[in-house]
Design a protein around this ligand. Structure first.
Ligand code: GFB
Length: 318
C-alpha cells in the first residue's frame, strides 16, 4: 500500500507560504485526516535540534518540504547570503531528521532556476549541472541543487525514499505582492491595479519584456505534489510545469486586461532580465498521467479577485 493513505501523518513544512498552504488545502480536500503544521514561531526550521525534537515527538510518515526562502529576481540578487544559507539550513535539517526518524516518503520542492542559464528549451531534467547558472539567482539555485543532491545521497546510502520536484514559476492566492521581493506576476497585478486606481498614465515593467517564462497555478502544483507523492519513486528529479510559456510583454498584456487598466506599458531596461527563457520539458510528468487544469488567463483573473478580496492581509509591504 502507498504510504499516502488517508490516515497517514503528513507534515507540510512551510504551510504559511503560497505552495505550502495550497498543499494543505489539497490534502484537506482529498480527505487526509492527519495534516501536521507548525508556524515559524513554534518551530524554527533553521535550528537543527528543534527540528530533530519535532520529528522525534511527532513521527510524521510523509513530508512535503515546501519551506524555503524565496523571492523575485531583485531580492535574489540583493540578498545572496540569506538565500544560500537559509535554504541550506532548512532543507538539511528537515531531510536529515526525516530520514533519522523513519519518514516513509519526503517530497522536496526545488525550482526551475537550478538549470543552466542557456539550457536547451524546453528544459529536460538531464540538463542539470551541464553549464553555468543565471548569476542573479545562482545562490538560491546552488542551495536547491544541494537539496536535490542531499535527497539523492540519502536514497543511495540509506534507501531513504525522497523525491525532488522542479516546479516552474508558480503563482496563486497567498502570493507575495511586496514589490521589493515579489515575482513578476503578483508584482504586475499590484502595479496595474494601483495605476488604475490612481489614474496613472503608465506602468513600468522591469527589463526588456522579451524574457519568456512559464507560469503554473499553485493549485495545479499542489495537485501534482500529491500525485507524485503517490506515483513517483525515483532518484531523478522531475519537472512540473504546464508546457507553455509567454513573454513578459505578453504577460503584462494579460494582467493589464484582467485588471482593466487603460494606460501605457513602459519598460525599464536598467532592471535585469534574468534567464532569457525557462520552459520546462514536462514529458516525463505527462507520461505518468498528470496534467494541469487552470489556463493562465483564468488563473490571473482569479488571483486578481483574491488580491482584491485580501488586500488588507496580502503581503504588500512596499
Ligand atoms: O519573476 P521574476 O522576478 O523571476 O522575474 P525569474 C521574471 C521576469 O519578469 C524578469 C521581469 O525578466 C523580470 O525583469 N519583470 C518585469 C519583473 N517587471 C517585474 C516586476 O515588477 N517584478 C519582478 N519581480 N519582475 C526567479 C528567481 O527568477 O524565479 C528565483 O530569481 C526563482 O530564484 C523564481 O527561481 C521562480 O523568473 O527571473
Amino acid at each position: 500500500m502507498s504510504a499516502m493513505h488517508l490516515q497517514a501523518r503528513i507534515y507540510v513544512a512551510g504551510h504559511h507560504g503560497m505552495l505550502g498552504s495550497a498543499i494543505v488545502r489539497q490534502l484537506q480536500a482529498q480527505g487526509f485526516a492527519n495534516v501536521l503544521v507548525r508556524s515559524r514561531a513554534e518551530l524554527d526550521l533553521s535550528q537543527q535540534q528543534a527540528v530533530a525534537d519535532f520529528f522525534e515527538s511527532q513521527r510524521p510518515e510523509i513530508v512535503f518540504l515546501a519551506a524555503a526562502k524565496v523571492g523575485g529576481i531583485l531580492a535574489n540578487d540583493q540578498y545572496p547570503a540569506d538565500f544560500i544559507r537559509e535554504n541550506l539550513e532548512i532543507q538539511t535539517n528537515v531531510i536529515h531528521s526525516a530520514w533519522r526518524f523513519g519518514v516513509k516518503k519526503l517530497v522536496f520542492l526545488g525550482s526551475s532556476c537550478i538549470y543552466p542559464k542557456f539550457a536547451a528549451q524546453p528544459i529536460r531534467e538531464d540538463s542539470l549541472l551541464t553549464a553555468p547558472l543565471e548569476p542573479t539567482n545562482e545562490w538560491y539555485a546552488i542551495a536547491k541543487i544541494a537539496g536535490i543532491k542531499t535527497c539523492q545521497a540519502y536514497r543511495r546510502q540509506h534507501g531513504f525514499n525522497a523525491i525532488s520536484l522542479m516546479p516552474t514559476n508558480l503563482y496563486g492566492p497567498g502570493d507575495n505582492f511586496d514589490l521589493n521581493n515579489a515575482h513578476v506576476l503578483p508584482a504586475l497585478i499590484r502595479k496595474f491595479h494601483e495605476a488604475k486606481l490612481g489614474g496613472l498614465p503608465q506602468v513600468v515593467v522591469w527589463g526588456t519584456g522579451t524574457p519568456r517564462r512559464e507560469f503554473l497555478h499553485v493549485d495545479d502544483m499542489a495537485d501534482a505534489c500529491l500525485f507524485l507523492a503517490r506515483n513517483y519513486d525515483a532518484e531523478s528529479i522531475i519537472n512540473v510545469g504546464c508546457g507553455e510559456d509567454v513573454s513578459i510583454a505578453e504577460l503584462a498584456a494579460l494582467v493589464r486586461q484582467a485588471v482593466g487598466y487603460e494606460g501605457r506599458v513602459v519598460y525599464d531596461s536598467s532592471k535585469p532580465d534574468g534567464t532569457p527563457r525557462k520552459l520546462l520539458d514536462i514529458s516525463r510528468l505527462k507520461a505518468l498521467g498528470w496534467q494541469p487544469r487552470i489556463p493562465l488567463a483564468e488563473g490571473i483573473a482569479s488571483v486578481y479577485q483574491w488580491y482584491l478580496a485580501n488586500i488588507e492581509r496580502a503581503r504588500l509591504k512596499m
